[in-house]
Every structure is written in structure tokens, then in C-alpha cells.
Design a protein around this ligand. Structure first.
Ligand code: C2E
Ligand code: MG
Ligand code: MG
Length: 697
């Protein structure tokens, strides 16, 4: 398309000359418009499409440099040339203010005029394009998040984008002309030593490079910020470097996030203690040190006693707070070089590093037992918790983290079996027990549904008459491979894993059903005793369960006797008394089993609505040869009689024991001397044939 020129002059001669010259230009004619007034020209320019302006600065409506100024303001991107005479100061001034040049009036006819115009139009177009390109680059560089700094070959800064200004604290104006090292001061974040000059590094290899990790930028105000960066040479068209561009960004957020993630991966959320993974690492590390120093280390495995009960009765929120309180106390019992970790639930593992002997480990375990047992104030409540601790020692009990933890775990179970709230060292014999425990637990889980339980029955006998006064139901597990398994082998495990609750419910139902069957078969009704474990007794719906079973089976509550050990009563005396009273109101008989093995205070018995005292068989066993036991037994019989309680001696095996008990006015007894626990059928036989009278009385 032809270039369009506007000629602004009041001199028709000049206008004609120019129109002719331009209209017949050799390399293509120009489109020419002529106007006389500035105002007309300005109006025309606003419409657009003009490629260059030729103006005579003296017009009918404007004179002098003001004419140029107004045109320039109206069309800043359109090249302007003035028409002037030789030595025209005004034309020079116009050039200084942005005009592209001037045409001397005496040369208007020259063929150079179209060529000159063509040149300035092209040059202006190139300048515009370049300007636009630069503006676009500038916008792009300022809108990216990365900071960009450019330098020349000497490392003198000639450009900073906005992000770089913010990161360094230097404005572009302040920074330009400075050496890169003044503005982009970088050090190694770990050693604090200055990093090498980036410009030198880049120019040395003449290709783009990433800077070392852990680079820290020291900002203008002296503060530090972690950055990640790269730098590259800026090459000209010939591929020759002319400077360096450095691009970097703030990685402190990403770094702190990564640190947080790493922490989370290695720590327990609730207590912020190291978790299993981190503990394993620490133990492995401690083992390496111990090997080098030829020393020992200890691993303590802790499991809180009865924590499940607290969690179930007071809620998880309280349980969580208790775990946090425990965490604090545990941390206070060890040194900074030791590790307290939480394995999940109420299990903690402690690594005592740095050459700990067995004595040190025992001392720490003792300290823990003492400190944990103190009341924990949680939500205005004082909670009590104890723990059982197992201890393993490197290298005797394991040469790697896994074995050491497992050994300590096994020893912990041993501590539980020893009555909780104590610590035990691992012994290799425990391994056998652990295997046994696993075997029992795994099989126990399916025993109920496989119908592997039966009840055996042991008569209670009137020591004077030999008449059967009652019967105790005793649980037996008939396992296809293990044969008959006695309660001693599985009861603790059933309690620990909560299986005792459904099993106990089965026992109660079976015992009541059997008692009813005997009555229906024509036997005289006698009371049937069922053993209730602590875990069952503390179950929320225990009382309702008993009532439902009595209702369902139709057994008269007066013939059901529940046997509870004295430690169960003592643990939470008030709550126990309330439950016992409810049972009592329903008409159920209550017996204290294994009496004398627990807290042994007769006076507390008055607080409970008890009917029966069962003297533990350990007192009966040596009754005749051990005078102490004899004295205890006669005292218990005396007290029981005073309190109007029935007293039953357990474990009577021979005539001597029987005679002694009779001499002390003990009314009832139970033991192999009369009968072992027997099946329901055998018991039926015994009662119908033996006319209810057994034993050699
Ligand atoms: P326990 O209630 O004190 O039961 C008496 C235990 O002594 C029974 O052992 C019985 O077989 C045994 N025994 C009876 N007479 C003699 C004797 O003359 N000499 C000796 N040495 N032992 C005798 P068993 O059946 O092995 O039960 C042990 C314990 O297991 C019971 O002690 C009771 O605490 C618990 N248990 C048994 N059955 C159940 C049950 O159904 N539920 C609950 N929760 N516990 C039960
Ligand atoms: Mg019993
Ligand atoms: Mg007993």
C-alpha cells in the first residue's frame, strides 16, 4: 500500500511542488493530502492512516515551534519533517524536540525528497516495533515470579526486574552501574562462606549453569533468604557473549514445607515424639556407636496398664490428653541423647543410648514407674495410670533394632503377667512364652464361633453333712490340636485382647441354661457360681447383660452366684459397690473369690453387699503344717461368721485339711478331695446317684 503523506502549508506553490514530486516518485507514488490550517491537520490526524507529516511552521492559525509541539502531541508515533529555509533555527529546535528532520524549501523538487521520506517512515516503523518488543519483554519480565538480573561482561548490572528489586532490596536505579556482587551477594547457607562470582563462573564455561544447593542471598538490609538460581550468558547475533543473565527465586517457603513434611513423616502427630521409623534409625545409629565403643545400650518397651479402660470410659479426647501427659513425664525421665518414641496406641519405646548398663536401665525404669504413677491432672480430674515395662539390652538380646524392640516387647508382656506396674528384663526363655502367647491369641479369636468352649462343674460341699450345696462353673477350652486348655493358659490373654467379654457372656448363658436344665430334669435346685473377670465387671452393660440372661433362661436369680476377686472390688470401690448393689437388688448372690490374696482388709467387706467369702486355696494347701496359714484361715472363718457371711474353703485335697477346717467351724468347701471339676453329665450322675452326698465325711 502506498504511504500517505499530509502536507500542511499555507503556500499553494510549495504544496503543488511537493504533491507533484511525491506523486511521481520512482519507486511508487505517495498518496498526498494538503491542508492549510493546523486545526484541519489535527482533525485529520485523529482519523489515522497518515504515515508522515510535512509541515510549514507558520500557518494561518499557528506560528513557530508551538505548531510542531501540537502536531507532535497529537501524533507522537508519526514522523514529522518541517519545511524550512536555510539556517532556520526553528527547524533545528523542532528536531531537538522530536522531529525527524527538515526539508529545505529550495530543494523541494529534488528526487531525494521521496527517498528521504521513505527512509524516515521505515526507520520510525522499526523503532516502533523495537519499542513495542522491548515494552512487551519488560512486562513479561516484571510479571514472572522469578527475579532476573542482567549484567554486562564486566559484571556491572544493567537490569533488574521487579521481583529482583523486591528480593535484593535494591531498586533498578540504585543497582544499575553496581558490580553484581554488591547487589546479588550470595553465601553458602550451611558454611556461611561467600559463593563464587556468578558472572565469572558463567563466562568461564560460556553456557547456562545452576548454582550450588543451599545458596542464600544476603539482601540489602542484611537479612537472608534461601534461593535457587541459574545463570546463563547473553549472546549477541554472532554467538559472542555480551553479558550474563541470572534468574533466581525464593525457596525458603518450599524448604520449610519440605522440613515440615520430613518432620511429620518421622514423628507421631499426637505427641510429637519420634515415630517407629525414626526410632529404628536412632537405634541403628546407636548400635553402630556401641559396636565401635564396645558398649551396651538398652531398649525399654512400655505399655500403659488398663489404658483401654480409661479411653472407653472417659472418651478419646481425655485418653489423648493422658497420653500427652505421659509423654511429658517420660521425656523428663531420660537424657537428651536418649529417644522416647510412640509406637501407636498406648505403647512407647525408649532408647537409652550411650553405653547403658543393666543397672542404668533398671534405674530409669524404676524412675518411670514412680513418675507415671503420680496423678495426672486432666480437665479438673486426677487420673491414675501405671505402666508395664520390658527391657532388652544390646547386644545380648538382639543385634538389630527390630530384634531389640521385639525382645523388649516380650519382656513387657512378662511384666504384665507379673501383675503390671513393674519392669522385667528380657530372658531367652520368654521367647517360648511369646510364641505360646501368639498361638493362644490367634486360636482364641475363633474358639467361640467354632464352639470349642465347654463348662465343667465342681461341687461345693457342706463339710459337716457332705451334701452338695452348690456348684462352680469352670471354663474349659477343647482345642483340636492343643487338647483341653485350662483357664490359666488363656484367661489373661482373653482379658488383654478384650475377648473375655463375649466369652464371659457365653459362660454366663451356658451356666444359667445348664442350671435350669438340671432343675427341669428333676434335680433339687442349687446355686450355680460363675466367675467374673475384672474386665467383664467393668463393662458398661454388664448389669443389663446379667439381667437379660436370667430373663431369657428363666433361672431364679437367687440361684446365681457371681464370683469376683477382691482386687476387682478394691480398684474402684465406689463404682463396684453400686454395681454390686444393683445385682443384689435383683436377688443375685455375690462371692469374693481367692480371698486373702489381694488387699486383705476384712473391714472393707462391710462396704459391699457380699454373701460369700472363698478362702484361697494357697492358704488351705499348707493349713496343717504352716501355722501362719492356719491362723489366717481361722481368723477369716471367724470374721466371716461374725459378718454373717458364708465361708467356703477352696482347694481341699485331703483329710487333714478337711479336719482342720471343720475344727475351725468352716461350713463349706470345695476341692479334689470331694470332686474334680466334671462335665455336666457327670455332675448330673453324681447328684442323682450319690443322693447329693459325696466325699468321705
Ligand atoms: P477359681 O475361681 O479360684 O477356681 C478354682 C480353681 O481351682 C479351678 O481351676 C479348679 O479346677 C481348681 N481346683 C479346685 N479344687 C482344687 C483342688 O483341690 N486343688 C487344686 N490344686 N486346684 C483345685 P481352673 O478351673 O483351672 O480355673 C482357674 C481360675 O480361672 C479360676 O479360679 C477362675 O479364677 C478362672 N476361671 C475359670 N473359669 C472361668 C470363667 O468362666 N470365667 C472367668 N472369668 N474366670 C474363670
Ligand atoms: Mg472361682
Ligand atoms: Mg478361687
Amino acid at each position: 500500500m502506498a504511504n500517505r503523506i499530509i502536507i500542511i502549508t499555507n503556500l499553494p506553490g510549495d504544496a503543488d511542488t511537493l504533491t507533484a514530486v511525491l506523486g511521481s516518485a520512482r519507486d511508487g507514488p505517495f498518496e498526498v493530502e494538503w491542508v492549510r490550517h493546523l486545526s484541519t491537520a489535527l482533525k485529520r490526524l485523529r482519523m489515522g492512516g497518515i504515515d508522515a507529516i510535512l509541515v510549514d511552521l507558520s500557518l494561518p492559525d499557528s506560528h513557530g515551534i508551538a505548531t510542531f509541539d501540537q502536531l507532535f502531541a497529537a501524533a507522537p508515533h508519526t514522523p514529522i519533517m518541517t519545511l524550512s529555509v536555510e539556517d532556520d533555527a526553528l527547524a533545528v529546535e523542532a528536531v531537538q524536540r522530536g522531529a525527524q528532520g527538515y526539508l529545505l524549501k529550495e530543494h523541494l523538487v529534488s528526487s531525494l525528497v521521496p527517498q528521504t521520506l521513505r527512509n524516515i517512515i521505515q526507520r520510525k516503523a522499526v523503532e516502533d516495533a523495537f519499542y513495542k518488543e522491548k515494552a512487551r519483554a519488560e512486562i513479561a519480565l516484571n510479571s514472572i515470579g522469578d527475579a532476573v538480573i542482567c549484567t554486562d561482561m564486566e559484571g556491572i548490572i544493567d537490569y533488574l526486574n521487579i521481583a529482583a528489586e523486591k528480593m535484593t532490596g535494591w531498586s533498578r536505579l540504585d543497582a544499575s552501574g553496581h558490580a553484581l556482587g554488591d547487589v546479588f551477594k550470595i553465601i553458602n547457607g550451611i558454611t556461611g562462606k561467600p559463593e563464587r562470582n556468578t558472572v565469572e563462573l558463567v563466562l568461564e564455561v560460556n553456557k547456562s549453569i545452576g548454582l550450588p544447593p543451599d545458596t542464600v542471598l544476603v539482601r540489602r538490609d542484611g537479612s537472608h533468604v534461601s534461593i535457587e538460581d541459574s545463570a546463563a550468558p547473553i549472546n549477541d547475533w554472532d554467538g559472542q557473549p555480551t553479558g550474563v543473565v541470572i534468574v533466581f527465586h525464593d525457596v525458603s517457603l518450599a524448604q520449610s514445607m519440605a522440613k515440615k513434611m520430613a518432620h511429620l513423616a518421622q514423628h507421631d502427630f499426637l505427641t510429637n515424639l519420634p515415630n517407629r521409623a525414626l526410632l529404628n534409625d536412632r537405634i541403628a545409629h546407636a548400635i553402630i556407636l556401641s559396636k565401635r565403643n564396645n558398649s551396651q545400650l538398652a531398649v525399654l518397651f512400655l505399655d500403659l496398664d488398663n489404658f483401654k479402660h480409661i479411653n472407653d470410659s472417659l472418651g478419646h479426647a481425655t485418653g489423648d490428653k493422658l497420653l500427652q501427659s505421659v509423654t511429658q513425664r517420660l521425656s523428663g525421665c531420660v537424657r537428651g541423647s536418649d529417644t522416647v518414641s510412640r509406637q501407636g496406641g498406648d505403647e512407647f519405646v525408649i532408647l537409652l543410648a550411650e553405653g547403658k548398663s543393666e543397672e542404668d536401665a533398671a534405674a530409669t525404669a524404676n524412675k518411670i514407674l514412680g513418675v507415671l504413677a503420680l496423678p495426672h491432672s486432666i480437665d479438673q480430674d486426677e487420673l491414675y495410670v501405671t505402666t508395664s515395662i520390658g527391657i532388652s539390652i544390646y547386644p545380648a538380646d538382639g543385634e538389630d533394632a527390630e530384634t531389640l524392640i521385639k525382645s523388649a516387647d516380650i519382656a513387657m508382656y512378662h511384666a504384665k503377667e507379673k501383675g503390671r506396674n513393674n519392669f522385667q528384663f528380657f530372658r531367652s526363655s520368654m521367647n517360648i512364652r511369646a510364641v505360646e502367647r501368639q498361638l493362644i491369641e490367634a486360636n482364641l479369636r475363633t474358639a467361640l464361633e467354632k464352639n470349642e468352649f465347654v463348662l465343667h462343674y465342681q461341687p461345693k460341699v457342706n463339710l459337716d453333712t457332705g451334701l452338695v450345696t452348690g456348684v462352680e462353673a469352670l471354663l474349659r477350652w477343647i482345642h483340636p490340636d492343643l487338647g483341653m486348655v485350662l483357664p490359666a493358659r488363656f484367661m489373661r490373654i482373653a482379658e488383654d485382647c478384650g475377648l473375655i467379654v463375649p466369652i464371659g457372656r457365653w459362660v454366663l448363658l451356658e451356666a444359667c441354661t445348664q442350671a435350669k436344665r438340671w432343675v427341669d430334669a428333676g434335680l433339687m435346685p442349687i446355686s450355680i457360681a460363675v466367675n467374673i473377670s475384672a474386665v467383664e465387671f467393668r463393662q458398661k452393660h454388664f448389669f443389663e447383660g446379667v439381667r437379660t440372661i436370667l430373663n431369657d433362661t428363666g433361672l431364679d436369680p437367687g440361684y446365681l452366684e457371681l464370683e469376683i476377686t477382691e482386687s476387682v472390688l478394691m480398684r474402684d470401690a465406689q463404682a463396684s459397690a453400686a454395681i454390686l448393689q444393683e445385682l443384689k437388688n435383683m436377688g443375685v448372690q455375690l462371692a469374693v473369690d481367692d480371698f486373702g490374696t489381694g488387699y486383705s482388709s476384712l473391714s472393707y467387706l462391710e462396704r459391699f453387699p457380699i454373701d460369700v467369702l472363698k478362702i484361697d486355696q494357697s492358704f488351705v494347701r499348707d493349713i496343717a503344717i504352716d501355722t501362719d496359714n492356719g491362723i489366717i484361715v481361722s481368723a477369716v472363718i471367724g470374721m466371716g461368721n461374725n459378718l454373717k457371711l458364708r465361708v467356703i474353703a477352696e482347694g481341699i485335697e485331703n483329710q487333714a485339711q478337711l479336719s482342720f477346717l471343720k475344727s475351725q467351724n468352716c461350713e463349706e468347701g470345695q476341692g479334689y478331695f470331694f470332686s474334680h471339676p466334671i462335665t455336666a453329665d457327670q455332675f448330673y450322675e453324681l447328684r442323682s446317684i450319690g443322693n447329693c452326698q459325696i466325699g468321705g465325711i
